[in-house]
Design a protein around this ligand. Sequence first.
Ligand code: C5P
Length: 261
Amino acid sequence: MLSKVSKLSPAKVNLTFKVLGKRLDGYHAIETLMQAVSLFDRLHFSFSSDTITCSDPSIPCDSHNLVWRARQLFRNATDIYEPIAIDIEKKIPVQAGLGGGSSNAATTLFALNEIFQKPLSEKKLVELGAELGSDVPFFFSTGSALCSGRGEIFTDQSHLNKGLTIVKPQHLHLSTPEVYKHAIVGEGLEHAAFKVLPELKQVKANLLEIFEEVIMSGSGTAFVCFGQPKSTLPDDFSSFACSPIQKNSGEWYTLEHVQSV
Ligand code: C5P
């Protein structure tokens, strides 16, 4: 076994979003077009200790962390209990609707399965992913997919063929369950996010002065922006120029999968 393995863990954006109804299990039935993009965390796996660490000290590294839980699910499913250290190099903003935690969980499942000579099928990895969170299975798609159910059922699509800028207001965060509490059937999550965090509506209005098209990603607070910016962004925004990424199923994301657009 290699002494160290590193994997990219991409962000996702939601290009369309529709809430179809409230389910009996408390989740919402949704339909959303998701695209993996070239904003990456990196996960580093090594095997001399059994720890989870993160470059962002504000992120818990205990059982609240989806990477911790993914490692646990992999162990339960395979009876492989060797020490596994996972270091998360965080770049994807949290509480932003960019799927960072879900991507980290999917990356952990894929990487551990590869490192330990594929004891689990890809289908099983997707099932374990769905136990961890609604957005986790998407990362096993080709990177462009229409997602339904509570988000966990994916159908591959052709990738977005243009670049985008992800813009995140630095001091505004949203909790996904909190946003869903205000969801209205037939709508996306934008108006629900504006209800929880009214200042976000003005943020979108300001971004529309700068970009041609502005779409909130998932439950927010990051926005997907298209077009050349007409002016510079205020200092309290983080922005990331991104390209779509697309891979074959059965592979994991590498820099070669970043599309030239
Ligand atoms: O699946 P995940 O753990 O990411 O979902 C977090 C929370 O977001 C859920 O507990 C639920 O409150 C809400 N949610 C929802 N409908 C979905 C996905 C998430 O209501 N389709």
